[in-house]
Design a protein around this ligand. Structure first.
Ligand code: MG
Length: 379
């Protein structure tokens, strides 16, 4: 029996992880559950999964009688304190955004394995996170579907170094739209993802293709590959989850119906594969297509590559400005096209910093958010 912390339990990844844990309750116990502010949903999960500990960033007015049996933690650092006190075997880090960074670092210290769904931790502090994992001898298992796919392909590498990693992208809801139509897209348009069901922030990131840019940076850190060896191909059916090319030109692809329980389950059960009722692929009915990503219509992808090449605080600024701009877009404060414009402005304006500590990451993040807030006020 492995004990598992699920951070961000009420989000899309957290719910699907608990679905898997429920299906395999003889092998896994959800021992710590934390969420941001969705009290009622977390209370229901606590009733169903009976964890040792639970946490909420936003303290509820009161705790119902029937959830008081476990230890409760409240506040920004509720996940970190719960992890240190209860030390589960595994930690699924599924908090959205840079808010999850501190908990990822704590999980590396407190747990044996970190199942990483929080891509922003690697985007903003990849060198620090990977160095910490190496220093402590801890395992990071990717949960992002593309990185899980690459990880699975590399399991078949027999020590042969990859020549190229090819991340697939669905292309998002605006794949076939003109640049002008994309600039004026609404929140409803942006939240209509064609193949994957996910939370709001990542769904908007898919629509701008910033998500793929963040994933290129994430892959650079996870697999220690240079930016030039990280390719992106648009594959609207999302059946191939990503690919690895070897020096002889051979390519391994990982495929399956698009369902996040696949990559979550691969990390959770690793090295075992956990059945969850996945829909089998019917190849006779499949048509798989591929196209090059269009960085003119989706400038966020280009900006992310530029930030990765520049290094130090540039990816932090990219991420911070993007989080702030996506938040503003979801609130109806800016048009869709302004997300990329604000990120580009932040990358050009916010002074560069050396990233040698979490404090430096947080300072660069604050400066990027401040840039976006100021730009919003001025407009
Ligand atoms: Mg992904």
């Amino acid at each position: 029996m492995r004990t598992v912390a699920v951070l961000g339990a009420t989000g899309s990844i957290g719910r699907q992880a608990l679905d898997l844990i429920g299906r395999h309750s003889g092998s896994f116990k959800a021992s710590v559950l934390t969420a941001n502010q969705n009290h009622e949903a977390l209370f229901d999960m606590v009733r169903a999964f009976r964890p040792e500990a639970a946490g909420l960033v936003v303290r509820p007015k009161e705790l119902p009688e029937d959830v008081r049996f476990c230890d409760w933690y409240f506040g920004e650092d509720c996940s970190e304190r719960a992890l240190l006190a209860h030390r589960p075997d595994d930690c699924l880090a599924a908090v959205v955004g840079i808010a999850g960074l501190g908990a990822v670092m704590t999980a590396l210290a407190a747990c044996e394995r970190v199942l990483l769904a929080n891509k922003e931790a690697l985007v903003t502090a990849g060198d620090l996170v990977m160095a910490r994992a190496r220093e402590l001898g801890k395992t990071i298992l990717p949960v992002d579907s593309e990185h899980s796919a690459i990880f699975q392909c590399l399991e078949g590498a027999n020590g042969n170094p990859p020549r190229r990693l090819i991340l697939t992208a669905s292309g998002g809801p605006f794949r076939t739209w003109s640049a002008e139509r994309i600039r004026g897209a609404t929140v409803v348009d942006a939240l209509g993802h064609p193949t994957w069901r996910m939370g709001e922030k990542i769904t908007v990131d898919c629509a701008t293709m910033m998500n793929k840019g963040l994933e290129v940076i994430e892959a650079h850190h996870l697999f220690q590959m240079p930016e030039a060896a990280l390719d992106v191909v648009v594959h609207p059916q999302s059946v191939i989850h990503s690919m690895v090319e070897f020096p002889d030109g051979a390519i391994l692809a990982q495929m399956g119906a698009p369902d996040m329980r696949g990559p979550i389950g691969y990390a959770l059960g690793y090295p075992a594969r956990l059945p969850y009722g996945a829909v089998p692929l019917d190849f006779a009915k499949l048509t798989l297509t591929f196209e090059a990503p269009d960085e003119a219509r989706f400038p966020c992808l280009r900006l992310a590559r530029e930030a990765l090449r520049e290094g130090e605080s540039a990816p932090v600024v990219l991420n911070g400005a993007n989080e702030a701009a996506v938040g503003a877009f979801l609130q109806g404060a800016i048009p869709f096209g302004d997300i990329a414009r604000l990120v580009e402005g932040a990358l050009q304006t916010v002074p560069k910093r050396v990233i040698d500590s979490l404090e430096a990451v947080r300072a660069a993040d604050r400066e990027a958010c401040a840039f976006v807030r100021k730009a919003l006020k001025a407009s």
